[in-house]
Design a protein around this ligand. Structure first.
Ligand SMILES: Cc1cc2nc3c(=O)[nH]c(=O)nc-3n(C[C@H](O)[C@H](O)[C@H](O)COP(=O)(O)OP(=O)(O)OC[C@H]3O[C@@H](n4cnc5c(N)ncnc54)[C@H](O)[C@@H]3O)c2cc1C
Length: 444
């Protein structure tokens, strides 16, 4: 096991950091104040290969899965709101990738970013009033009428809501079936019946637009159903006949994005920590330089250790996700939970260390403190992450107690036939996978 980054990962980290330092940081205060979409910063990111399809391809090229979390940490170090504005489209793309057919992925993922110099945005719309943690209770409906799907409902708190060129909407086609009656639909900008509701005025991440998305008899063609009709009908049929299994599209999407969200939070914590170190370096009191006083060292050591511990969890989950290692112990949720809690705690603790001046509105720590809070609230609240982890841990323990499936029999030459090996792996994975689904159903 080698914990060091490769030369390629270090080069990419440097490239992201320079963009964050030279372009994102200088723009941060203005966009935070104006709560506007940072189109110029997105354009510069595109020019540097840090937004769009080229970036996605580069992130996917890393066999260790580290480039995505490096990108998230460095850009959020610059400004969490701007970084989120740059990366929300990836959530929409993940929604397409987790449920779409290969043809749909090829068609709609580029539409979430735009191609060449044309910049587009995507949004992923799941949450409704009363259905955030509990995604089973979605009330937005999709009804088939001839060659179209007709969508009705209101989504709340949608990042890029109202400005997205492509909105992936999770709706129910059969409310009685809970999450198993849900499907994802592509709704393009300009679709009659699609409109923006209230734009939210937020505590933090203010450069990222958050708004309601309203669907009033919004009609989309049949092929805008992600995964296609036969797959949906088979899923509904299985659910109606009482077969278990299968997690929701929304939950599958959130699972793969959790380490990225954890890394994003860590960017804020690191920014606050580094700023505080530099700030204290220049200061002394009657007991001498602050950085040499034990009361200060105790706090800084704890902050550094917690950030590092959270980063290890984030990188482990990113590696597992990239290498197809099932996160049956809740490792994705652990990474997001720990990083979110560490970031909120670290920004608060560092404000305490610096003193009351850190609470003034033009103080950098004040902004990092405001930006930190959302990481305990969205993409699964901290409480929901704890529920998922506890249930997955229990399920994993129970699975470990059940007898192992038979080893695939070797042939006369000692080789194992590929089909029987695959069957053995599947049967070994089946129990935890089902338990995973039921744990995740408790909430995202
Ligand atoms: C800035 C911002 C951007 C967002 N972007 C998006 C987006 O792009 N797309 C999208 O679909 N959504 C988005 N969301 C929504 C976000 O993911 C939800 O708000 C979040 O999942 C919580 O859901 P909720 O609002 O229904 O809260 P609730 O689920 O009502 O939670 C309220 C409180 O109850 C607790 N709670 C709920 N259930 C349990 C339980 N079973 N056990 C213990 N505690 C529980 C929660 O932890 C929380 O503290 C965004 C939200 C914000 C604020």
């Amino acid at each position: 096991m080698d914990f060091r980054l490769t030369d390629e990962q270090i080069d990419f980290q440097r490239h992201c950091h320079e963009f964050a330092r030279d372009v994102v940081r200088p723009a941060a205060a203005r966009y935070d104040r104006e709560q506007a979409v940072p189109y110029d910063v997105v354009g510069e990111a595109r020019a540097r290969g840090l937004h769009g399809l080229d970036l996605l391809q580069r992130l996917a090229s890393d066999p260790e899965g580290m480039l995505g979390v490096i990108y998230a940490e460095e850009l959020h170090w610059g400004c969490a709101g701007i970084a989120l504005a740059l990366s929300v489209s990836s959530l929409a793309a993940a929604g397409v990738a987790s449920s779409g057919t290969p043809e749909q992925i090829a068609r709609w993922v580029p539409e979430c970013f735009g191609v060449g110099e044309e910049i587009k945005f995507g949004a992923y719309a799941v949450t409704e009033a009363g259905a955030g943690s509990d995604v089973r209770s979605l009330r937005t409906t999709a009804r088939r009428e001839g060659d179209e799907w007709v969508l009705n409902g209101t989504k709340v708190f949608i990042s890029n809501g109202g400005i997205a060129d492509v909105t992936v909407v999770v709706a129910t086609v059969d409310p009685k079936l809970g999450h198993r009656g849900q499907a994802s639909f592509i709704v393009e900008k300009g679709t009659p019946g699609l409109s923006m509701g209230k734009k939210e005025d937020k505590l933090g991440i203010r450069a990222s637009q958050t708004a309601e998305v309203v669907l009033e008899d919004a009609r989309v063609p049949l092929d805008h159903l992600l995964g296609g009709l036969p797959k949906l009908e088979a899923k509904l049929e299985r659910a109606r006949s009482g077969h278990s299994g299968g997690s929701s599209n929304a939950l599958a999407t959130f699972e793969v994005t959790r380490p990225m969200v954890g890394a994003s939070a860590l960017g804020i914590a690191r920014a606050a920590y580094e700023w505080t170190l530099d700030h204290l370096e220049e200061r002394s009191d009657e007991h001498g330089p602050l950085l040499e006083q034990q009361r200060v060292q105790q706090v800084l050591a704890d902050v550094a250790t917690e950030i590092d511990a959270a980063r290890l969890l984030v990188r482990r989950a990113a590696w597992m996700g990239r290498n197809g290692v099932p996160m049956t112990g809740g490792q994705g949720s652990m990474s997001k939970l720990k990083a979110g809690d560490v970031t909120m705690w670290a920004t608060t603790t560092l404000m305490d260390l610096v003193g009351p001046e850190a609470s003034l509105t033009d103080h950098p720590l004040e902004k990092w403190f405001r930006d930190a809070k959302i990481y305990q609230l969205f993409e699964g609240t901290a409480e929901i992450q704890r529920l998922v982890i506890a249930r997955m841990q229990t399920a994993e323990r129970r699975a470990a107690r059940t007898p192992a499936p038979p080893e695939p029999a070797p042939d006369a030459n000692g080789r194992v036939d590929a089909d029987s090996a695959r069957r053995a792996v599947r049967s070994a994975a089946a129990a935890p996978a089902d338990e995973h689904a039921s744990a995740a159903r408790a909430g995202r």
